[in-house]
Write a new protein. Structure first.
Length: 461
């Protein structure tokens, strides 16, 4: 006799109804194979958490009550099956709020506006999964039969033929989405939500699911700040930003052009190419630049009559205008970029300012033909890193939003606040090279190289 139980956490209970809708087919399998349902409230069977051999759990973990039930079910069964999209992925409940609410070791908030959800596997071990919203009745019966007969069960991706009716292509002045390449992994949606922008999201269900902007409008119309982080986190190149590499190569062929390279971009290139920053300088000279200047943007000083918000780039300026329009009168203009050469930057948003701009990622492609590892290092031809004004500094979306909320509430009334939107600041900006290792390791390596660059140039951080 195989004992099975059905349990629900936060969800619509649609998966359990789908199973019960099997009707006679389900009853026939239970009778033929000797399977007994010991817990299913929809049938009035069982109270609380009862012992069983296999527990099917639907719904996401949203509250402490959900977590207590899940842990009790896990202790009472031998096999636990996550049933449906909510249990497997977090489902609809996970779209309700921020992920940090559900990190292990933190208190879960009750289901309410602004709270979130998480899959079962974040808290307990899950033996098998049944995907779908709702689950497929056929897959449920096949798994139940295999478990009863002790047959091997291979869990993997379900593959089937389908034809996309359409693939959205969203254009912007800097960012572009090619729906044909998109695998709907959700990374771009996640990072955009992390920044509090919500420009990208999913539409439709099943095989028609797609990533797009609201109503398929351009990125700028939907509040995109051109930070480029969605491009950085896309694993398949479905998202891209305007590529200026060919235009810069044409300029180099004409000769007589300087390279202005940000120290954060210099550190990123050295980390990505596994060379010293001075070999990167030599590589830029080899690529055709007549001079290499280590350059940093000059943030404006404070206004005389109140608080000044200093945006590090056009991305931060757009963020304030979109999210905190009441503070726009406090905004200093974003720092201008050099016009007498090519800027190599960690910031995609600088492309909004016009001029000749390469991100560190584009510069990496340029240097790949220069044999950088075999070049003798060179010191830069000049340094233009202006002294930063005395200012409070907010780095990353949470610090930036927190600082701006404090301004709205009147906690800051004078001085300056410099804001850097990208998580990790410019060292981890949207235009930086792709990390070759874990993010924490990469950020540490870049920080070490960045500090070395400033030390050798006789500057302090």
């Amino acid at each position: 006799m195989l004992r099975i139980g059905f349990y629900s956490l936060t969800g619509c209970e649609g998966c359990r109804h789908e199973v019960l809708n099997l009707g006679e087919r389900l009853l026939r399998m239970l009778n033929e194979l000797g399977i007994k349902i010991t817990h299913e409230p929809l049938l009035g069977v069982g109270e609380g958490v009862t012992e069983c051999d296999v527990a099917f759990v639907e719904g996401a973990v949203v509250s402490t009550d959900d977590l207590r039930v899940l842990e009790a079910v896990r202790r009472s069964c031998s096999v636990l099956v996550a049933m449906g999209a909510c249990a497997v992925l977090g489902g609809v409940a996970a779209a309700g709020g921020r992920d940090e609410v559900l990190r292990p070791g933190r208190e879960l908030r009750p289901l309410s506006k602004g709270s979130g959800g998480a899959p079962l596997s974040r808290f307990v071990s899950v033996d098998y999964v049944l995907r779908g919203c709702p689950v497929s009745g056929e897959e449920f019966l096949a798994l139940l039969k295999a478990l009863r007969l002790g047959e091997p069960v291979v869990q993997g991706e379900r593959r089937f033929e389908f034809i996309k009716e359409s693939s959205p292509v969203i254009e912007g002045s800097v960012i572009r989405l090619d729906g044909e390449k998109c695998i709907v992994c959700g990374r771009c949606v996640g990072v955009c939500d992390y920044l509090g922008l919500g420009v990208l999201g999913t539409v439709n269900r099943g095989v028609r699911v797609a990533v797009t902007t609201p109503f398929g409008r351009s990125f700028e119309e939907c509040g995109c700040v051109s930070c480029g982080l969605c491009v950085k986190y896309c694993p398949v190149g479905a998202l891209s930003y305007r590529d200026d590499l060919r235009a810069v190569q044409q300029i180099l062929r004409r000769g007589g052009v300087r390279a202005y390279v940000e120290p954060e971009a210099l550190a990123s290139l050295a980390e990505a190419l596994n060379v010293s920053p001075w070999s990167v300088v030599a590589g830029l000279r080899e690529a055709g630049f007549t001079e290499v200047i280590v350059w940093g943007p000059e943030l404006a000083g404070s206004f005389d009559d109140g608080l000044t918000i200093l945006p590090a780039s056009p991305a931060e300026e757009s963020y304030v205008r979109i999210k905190y329009p009441s503070l726009t009168h406090m905004l200093a203009p974003p720092p201008p970029i050099p016009r007498d050469g090519v800027l190599i930057t960690s910031c995609v948003a600088r492309k909004v300012q016009g001029g000749s701009v390469l991100t560190a990622r584009e510069a990496e492609a340029l240097l790949s033909t220069a044999g950088v590892k075999h070049l003798r290092g060179l010191k830069p031809d000049g340094v233009s890193l202006p002294r930063r004004p005395e200012a409070a500094v907010a780095v990353g979306p949470y610090e930036v939003s927190g600082a701006l909320e404090s301004v709205v509430k009147g906690f800051f009334r004078g001085g300056s606040i410099a804001i850097y939107l990208c998580p990790g600041g410019c060292l981890m900006g949207g235009g930086q090279t792709f990390p070759k290792a874990e993010l924490g390791v990469v950020e540490g390596v870049r920080a070490r190289i960045y500090s070395e660059v400033l030390r050798v140039l006789g500057l302090s951080q």
